[in-house]
Design a protein around this ligand. Sequence first.
Ligand code: SF4
Length: 185
Amino acid sequence: MWTLSPGVPIGCKSPPKRGSYSTQIHTYLGASLGGLDMWTNELFGLSFFGTLKHGEPDHACLKPLSEVTPIVYPKLSSKLVFDKLSSVFVSNTNHEEDQPVHLRLADPNVPVRDNLPRYGEPAPLYCPAGVYEVVYGDEATTSDPRFVINAQNCVHCKTCDIKDPAQNITWVPPEGGGGPNYPNM
Ligand code: SF4
């Protein structure tokens, strides 16, 4: 059974071995201070710890490919670090079949025409659920690219709505209340 205990990452089946008493204290302390900060912010507009700001909307601060060196990530161990679809499976995400797509593109040409050459189309990187893919008619030559939306995997974090550099994606609530379901939370 999947459990969520203080100090235990989601997905771990049992708490770490004893001896981590101070870890538990830190977890409770962190949760308490975080809760206090949230409520004072909500009720009085005051934050004890402040917040980090970068002065512009998230979608406006993405750097183009020409200004970055793409990160080559190591192969996943599947012991401590898992692929996105394994995590989507754990989230019990479910959407009714044949429902209208709840991730809407204002202009369906933007991902391949604009985002791909300028940014390498970032949606497959920032989406935590593997919803977005760029697939190629010929993978070897990366020709004939297509932007694919696997909306049934969406865990409704709304990152795409916020981060898409062209502000071309709109997340709307899915029909039928579908989405992730964490029964132990
Ligand atoms: S809302 Fe989150 S999970 Fe859903 S498609 Fe957008 S980035 Fe992916």
